[in-house]
Design a protein around this ligand. Structure first.
Ligand code: GLY
Ligand code: MN
Length: 463
């Protein structure tokens, strides 16, 4: 945990931003995996963590802005809990650790909220993402699960997003730790990616590094020789000569701050001529995106810069034609790059995705596109000091997508499908690094270098 002053000052800033009302925070509960006592690893809700720091299940909290009161609600543990889970501070002691003076039994939360509503106070809650929270909100506030997104407080969402989007120095230090552990995970994978090695062996080794360094995974690892499947969570293949191995993996620190990196390397130790050409186009697109990063520039510009470079590269290989910037702007590039360039990162690897990408990644008044490609752009807004995000352009040959677009003659003025067909079995590759925006520009996060150039990749594979 950070010091209690951090949480006190975060809550004070939130109260000021909201001005009035009663803010409800639901901490996460233990969640059963296949039977009641076999639970998923406990993960605290990130917004609860941000304002209350406590890493225990079964807590809720209220900030009564109207009466300047903060209360943590929780149940005292029983002797059975102590026997199976060890000793814990009392709810009052936990509250004191984070500077909250008042605590109450969880069973009193419902009557507390009803009393507030009867007094005319507005209860603000965030959109729930866990089924148990949906049930709790139904019980506490009488709003059916299907209607809860509609009744969630946009004002509360915007206030939280505005604070969490701007990382403080102590958060940057914590994210730096997460990125460094993530880099160590990737360095391990580069050394292991050889013919005959199973994807699951690398996934296991990568997770071991996260655990050894005191962290855990910030999201399920992608360790695959089928990198064209963007979120490929199966580890079923054995690496063979000619494959590109793709790792997308990151660590989360004990304070729950994330790192998120991707790497691609040739299993045989050397890229083929074709692979080298695609890898270098992707590196050019990476650099073009990074060159745009500075305060005030919309991240959508970085995305378009990367997309334009990919189109230029594909033109060089005969797969695309026409004006490269136009092909980027109208979305023809998405045949090869169907996802977004990056996303905010912090307490969540896709930071605050539960609160709504529209609020996190887009400026007021700009709606997220529904067009294929652009609809996956999670971050588009002008960059501001303190933003932390990923940059992860990739080039993918997804056979089903190529078949579909070819049959529909999509963007036929920009795509030479006969040439694309020849590359269908290529699979895909990406690199991903994490950046933060400073007063003047953008800074790469982490203190350890993750290989990017082909020479750096070969060196890392031979260590
Ligand atoms: N690292 C997985 C993702 O960004 O979606
Ligand atoms: Mn990512």
């Amino acid at each position: 945990m950070f010091s209690k002053e951090t949480y006190i000052s975060r809550r004070a800033e939130l109260k000021k931003a909201m001005g009035s009302g009663l803010l409800l925070f639901l901490g996460n509960d233990e969640s059963a995996m296949n039977y009641e006592d076999n639970t998923y690893m406990f993960r605290q809700d990130s917004t609860f963590s941000y304002y209350f720091g406590l890493d225990y299940s079964g807590l809720a909290a209220v900030i009564d802005v109207d009466n300047d009161e903060e209360i943590i609600f929780g149940n005292e543990l029983t002797i059975d809990d102590f026997v199976w889970m060890g000793t814990q501070p009392t709810v009052a002691e936990k509250s004191a650790i984070v500077g909250v003076a008042k605590s109450m039994a969880l069973s009193s939360l419902e009557s507390y909220l009803h009393a507030a509503i009867n007094k005319g106070q507005k209860v603000h809650f965030l959109p729930p993402y866990r089924p148990e929270h949906k049930l709790k909100i139904a019980e506490l506030l009488g709003i059916a699960p299907a209607a809860q997104k509609m009744y969630a407080s946009v004002e509360f969402v915007k206030a939280v997003v505005n604070m969490r989007n701007h990382k403080t120095d102590e958060e940057i230090a914590e994210i730096t730790k997460a990125v460094d552990i993530s880099t160590r995970m990737h360095l391990t994978a580069y050394r292991m990616a050889k013919p005959g090695v199973h994807e699951c062996e690398i996934a296991a080794a990568v997770e071991q590094v996260a655990c050894e360094c005191g962290g855990r995974l910030s999201f399920p690892t992608i360790a695959t020789s089928h990198g064209h499947v963007l979120h490929n969570h199966g580890f079923v293949h054995t690496l063979k000569e000619g494959d590109i191995f793709l790792l997308d993996a990151g660590a989360e620190t004990p304070l729950h701050y994330s790192g998120d990196l991707s790497s691609a390397c040739p299993v045989s130790g050397k890229f083929t001529e074709q692979q080298e050409m695609i890898y270098n186009i992707h590196l050019d697109s990476f650099q073009a995106a990074v060159d745009t990063l500075k305060p005030g520039v919309p991240f959508k510009e970085a995305h378009l810069a990367a997309a334009t470079k990919i189109v230029e590269g594909m033109k060089g290989l005969g797969m695309m034609k026409g004006d490269a910037r136009e092909a980027a702007e109208i979305g023809a590039y998405a045949l090869f790059f169907p996802c977004g360039l990056g996303h905010m990162m912090g307490l969540d690897v896709h930071d605050m995705e539960n609160l709504g990408e529209q609020y996190v990644g887009y400026p007021e008044g700009v709606k997220k596109s529904t067009q294929f490609g652009f609809k996956s752009l999670r971050l588009a807004r002008p960059l501001e000091k303190g933003f932390v995000f990923t940059v992860e352009p990739g080039i993918y040959f997804m056979p089903e997508l190529i078949d579909k677009w070819h049959a529909e003659k999509q963007f036929a003025d920009f795509i030479n499908y006969d040439e694309v067909e020849k590359w269908k079995g290529f699979s895909g590759l990406r690199n991903e690094l994490d950046y933060m925006i400073t007063d003047k520009g953008a800074e790469l996060m982490g203190t350890i270098k993750k290989p990017m150039t082909i020479a750096e990749v070969y060196e890392a594979m031979n260590k």
